[in-house]
Every structure is written in C-alpha cells, then in structure tokens.
Write a protein that binds this ligand. Structure first.
Ligand code: PLP
Length: 420
C-alpha cells in the first residue's frame, strides 16, 4: 500500500497539480476524479512546451524529427500500458470519438448479416455507437441487462444472450455511475467460444486510472481510453485496434499505409503527455517492484493503486476513527449496493430528505467537490430503473487520503443532522 511506505503518499500528491486547492474556489477535497482526474504536473509542463513548438511533422529538421520521436515514444508507451504488442494504437478527438470510430469500422467491415450485442450498463459513448451502427447496418441489437441491485453486468448475463452470428460485441470495463467493474476477460472468452469471429470492443475509459490494462490477455479487438481521466488532459482520446480490426477497410488518407488510423496532423503533445502518465505509473510501480521489466513495474503500480483504493473505499463505506461510514448512515441509499469487491473509485448515493443538487452544494460549501449524476442520457440507464432522478457521485483515486474521507463523512453527518 502507498501509505505503508514512509513519505510516499506525500511524494505522490506532490506530483499532481491543484491536489488540495481549486484555483477558482480555494481549498477543497477532490472527489470528482471520475469526471476528470487530477493532472500530473509533468503533463502541464509538457503540454505548454509542445504547444509552444511551431514545427510540423515530416520535415528534414531536428525540431520536426523530435516531434516524430515523441509520437513514436508515446505509441510505444501506449502499447506498454495496454500490453498490446500487436495491433495499432492511435489518438483521436476524444474517448467517445474513438469508440464511435472503432464500432463503425467493425460494424461496416464485419461479414454482412448477423446481430450486434451490447449491455445496458454502458456509457452512451459505446451504447449510442452500437445502437447507431446496428441501425445503419440493418442488424438486430441484442441488449444484455445489467443487474440493478449490484450495478454490474455478469458473465452469466452475457452467456445467456450469446449466439454464433454476433458480428460486433461491446463491453464496458467499469461503470462511471456505479463504479463496478465487469470481468472483461471472462466475458470476452465466453463471446469467443460461441461467436469466434465477433469483433469485441471495450470501453476502458473509467477503468484506466486504476492501473495498466492487458488487451493481449483479454483477447479483444479494441480498447478506448480518455487521458483526462487518467492524469493527462482533455483534447484527445486513445484507441487500440487489433490486427484483424485494422485489416478491415477503414477511413484513412489513401497512401498512408493500411495500418494507419490517424486522421490529420497528429498532436505530438498528446502523445508526449501520455508518456508522462506512463512514466508516473512506472515511477510508482518502482516503489514496489525491483523488476527491470517496465511492464512488471506498471503492473506493480496497478496493484499498489488497487490496495490503496481498497483502503479508501473501506473507510468511505465503514467509517474511520469515530466516524460512521456511508453504508451505516441512516437515510443513505447506495447505487449498486454496499459491495466493495469489484468497485473502482466510485460510490454514488442519495440521501433522504435532500435535494441532490442542494447536497452537492452543501458539500461544496464545506470544501468537498463531488458531482450530481442525473437520470439523463449519460446515467439514466442505471438510475431510471432504480427510480432515482439523480444521485451524488463521490469518486476517488489513490492520491486521496483517509483525512479527506473523514472530512466527507463529517460533512455527510452534518447534512443528516441538518434535516434531522
Ligand atoms: C465509461 C465512459 N465511457 C466514455 C466516456 C466518454 O469519454 P470522453 O469524454 O473522452 O468522450 C466517459 C466519460 O465520462 C466514461 O465515463
């Protein structure tokens, strides 16, 4: 665990900008990580540096070659983070745009006929693209229902819906509303067993800040990341496409080569900031592993993050010191129940007697930044079946602390008393 190593949590926190102070509102605890994680200071510096360079790629000068070197390094780092020795990595406009492009390519290029399969847990970046491209390609869209009580979609639920003519299947790695992670490897294996030719596309956007990913092990065809949710910045999404997905006809500048996915001039700064993120994971993993293998150090970082976040989750749910946890507070309804196992960085709730927006403001006035999720196109799939018009989302990361959790729990007690 990070906090078991003297000085390490301080060193971690020191690497992030605005760790405990909002530049607009002053001191605050940041529990809005699922809306966009804190930025690494190195990312901020790199962004400014690359924004200052006027040169373009493909020129016979050192500036141009340096930019191209940063792109190559960024790609190598993406491959290492994703464990993707094969296939192609690329940058697009956003996580949503990358997912639409991956789904579009699979749906248009797959063998004609058959069906497409998605789950009701998905964020609309994946759900809407699957729905749109099933409609355009004239395929039935099968929807696997998630479990309202646990906030997750199970392997068994997928298995019950499988059939050999699935052409494209989608999986969300972690829900941004319930915080629950799906068993991507097992779901993908089950799909492969029944429909070996299906293109399997995974939305890893909510999962990725919790550690490296292993697309090779998962046996899938595509994976998408949003760097602003993993310590980088807005302005780009990252995609990985397997060799067989890349081999399908896809939009590209003719002449750029069959493996190219990028459209237009590449933002070298985007690739360079992704390298900063991977360097951070590498540094953190190096505190726990002496391995000379970088991928092993990235995995060690994931394990350390997982252990730290499990502790934070335990304090949030069951309390710390003399403070009760959220699961013990009267009037609190937790989205997806009280489960700790499989939960990644998110606890969403409603509090009896409170208008949710007012509660978000009440916590904000006490220096705690959380977010309201509404039963709209982004979260209605989870909240509407529960009869919830909205909820408060508390989302945390390994750089949060026990003291910050305590501050939140105290403010929640105050909110309960205020209505009591
Ligand atoms: C699971 C998931 N998928 C997709 C997205 C959309 O990502 P982007 O904002 O990069 O388009 C989000 C954003 O919240 C998300 O949480």
């Amino acid at each position: 665990m990070i906090t078991d190593k003297p000085g390490l949590i301080e060193a971690v926190r020191d690497r992030f900008a605005h760790i405990d102070t909002c530049p607009f509102e002053g001191p605050r605890v940041f529990f809005e990580n699922a809306g966009g994680a804190l930025r690494l200071k190195s990312v901020v510096e790199t962004s400014a540096l690359y924004a200052s360079y006027p040169d373009n790629q493909g020129r016979p000068n050192i500036a141009s070659q340096t930019l191209m070197g940063a792109i190559d390094k960024g790609k190598a780092d993406m491959r290492q983070f994703l464990n993707a020795p094969t296939g192609q990595v690329f940058v697009g406009e956003s996580g949503t745009e990358v997912l639409f492009r991956l789904v579009r390519t699979a749906a248009v290029g797959a063998q004609a006929g058959g069906v497409m399969l998605r789950s009701t847990l998905e964020h609309p970046a994946l759900g809407s693209s699957m729905t749109h491209w099933a409609g355009v390609t004239g395929r039935e869209l099968i929807e696997v229902a998630h479990d309202d009580a646990t906030g997750v979609v199970s392997v068994e639920a997928y298995k019950a819906a499988l059939r050999p003519d699935i052409r494209v299947a989608s999986i969300i790695h972690t829900s941004p509303v319930t915080g629950m992670a799906t068993d991507v490897d097992a779901i993908a294996a089950a799909i492969r067993e029944v429909a070996p030719e299906a293109f399997i596309i995974v939305d890893g956007i909510q999962h990725a800040c919790h550690g490296p990913v292993d697309v090779a092990k998962a046996g899938i065809d595509a994976y998408a990341l949003s760097p602003y949710k993993m310590f980088s910045r807005h302005g780009y999404g990252v995609g990985w496409a397997s060799d067989r997905l890349t081999a399908l006809s896809h939009e590209q500048i003719i002449g750029n080569g069959p493996t190219s996915w990028e459209l237009g001039t590449r933002d070298a700064g985007a690739y360079a900031t992704f390298s900063d993120v991977v360097a951070y994971f590498d540094w953190l993993g190096g505190q726990f592993s002496t391995s000379s293998d970088r991928r092993e150090r990235l995995e060690a970082a994931g394990a350390a993050i997982h252990a730290e976040e499990a502790k934070l989750l335990g304090w949030l749910m069951s309390g710390t010191g003399n403070l009760r946890g959220l699961a013990e507070m009267p009037g609190v309804t937790l989205v997806g129940g009280e489960a700790l196992e499989g939960r990644e960085g998110v606890v969403s709730l409603r509090l009896d007697g409170w208008d949710t927006l007012k509660l978000v403001e009440f916590l904000g006035a006490r220096g705690i930044r959380v977010h309201i999720r509404k039963a709209d196109q982004y979260s209605g799939n989870v909240l509407s079946p529960l009869g919830m018009p909205d909820c408060v989302r508390i989302s945390f990361c390994h750089y949060n602390t026990e003291a910050e959790v305590a501050k939140l729990l105290s403010a929640m007690e105050e909110a309960i008393s205020a209505k009591g």
